[in-house]
Design a protein around this ligand. Structure first.
Ligand code: ZN
Length: 257
């Protein structure tokens, strides 16, 4: 277990070291008295290598280099213990989850541990794009969580509108455009969110317009949950600066106080 954790922490440090600014922050924090918080960015390893050479967990983690006071750890379904041995999961303040093809491979025991961490211990959970059908997200919502209007990958343009400008997840963000994505069509089979942070407007290739909510928040037990719809694996969405800012905002928010 301990070796697993240090290996993963090193991976996280490797990410931080990818930029000079982050490297300096990492060095100074070694003597920092205040313990860092920890976010685990988890994915299942199925994104196309042509778009995400190191999978989606790494792409999201890379965007967190400037998130001060946080250890960023990547984990994969392909790692031992499905990437989340108990010690690691128990030490996390927030988990970010991306899955698509392999939802059913995630073990019930792991789903239960994640739900316990959120509901009873206040860990934050961020599900993105196709994680709407992930087992932990469905268990947290208690609903089937389908976008029942359907799923069409036609490269539609997405206009993301900041709807709750004063919410911490929207900090520093203005309305922005995701040039191409897969669209998920309302209604969404999840409980009514406490707040819609981002609204969305798809422009289909034929010019037709379609509304679909993009950023939703809930409280589940003691934990905070954020769902962010953008992130289809055949487009480089997680490399986009505005998308990265959303994660940099959402992670500290999801950690709670
Ligand atoms: Zn997709």
């Amino acid at each position: 277990m301990t070796n697993e954790i240090s290996r993963r922490s090193l991976l996280g440090a490797g990410i931080a070291l990818a930029s000079g600014a982050a490297a300096a922050a990492t060095v100074s924090s070694a003597a920092d008295i205040k313990p860092k918080k920890k976010v685990i960015v988890w994915s299942e390893g199925t994104a196309p290598k042509s778009v995400y050479p190191r999978d989606i967990n790494f792409a999201i983690a890379e965007g967190l280099e400037s998130l001060h006071g946080w250890d960023v750890v990547t984990a994969s379904l392909n790692d031992p213990d499905q990437g989340l041995p108990a010690d690691l999961l128990n030490s996390a303040n927030v988990i970010v989850w991306w899955g698509h093809m392999r939802h059913d491979d995630v073990k019930t025991e792991l789903v239960n541990r994640i739900v316990h961490r959120v509901k009873e211990e206040g860990m934050g959970f961020i599900g993105t794009h196709s994680a709407h059908w992930s087992r932990p997200f469905k268990a947290l919502m208690g609903t089937p969580c389908g976008w029942t209007g359907g799923y069409v990958e036609d490269g539609s343009k997405l206009d993301v509108a900041v709807k709750a400008a004063k919410h911490p997840i929207a900090h520093g963000l203005k309305d922005f455009v995701v040039p191409h994505t897969e669209r998920y069509t309302e209604p969404f089979e999840a409980p009514e969110p406490e707040l819609v942070i981002f609204d969305g407007l798809y422009t289909h290739p034929d010019g037709k317009l379609e509304k679909s909510r993009q950023g939703l928040v809930w409280t589940v037990g003691k934990g905070r949950v954020f769902y962010f719809q953008p992130g289809h694996e055949s487009y480089p969405i997680y490399f986009q600066e505005e998308i990265r800012q959303v994660f940099r905002n959402a992670i500290p928010w999801a950690a709670g106080k």
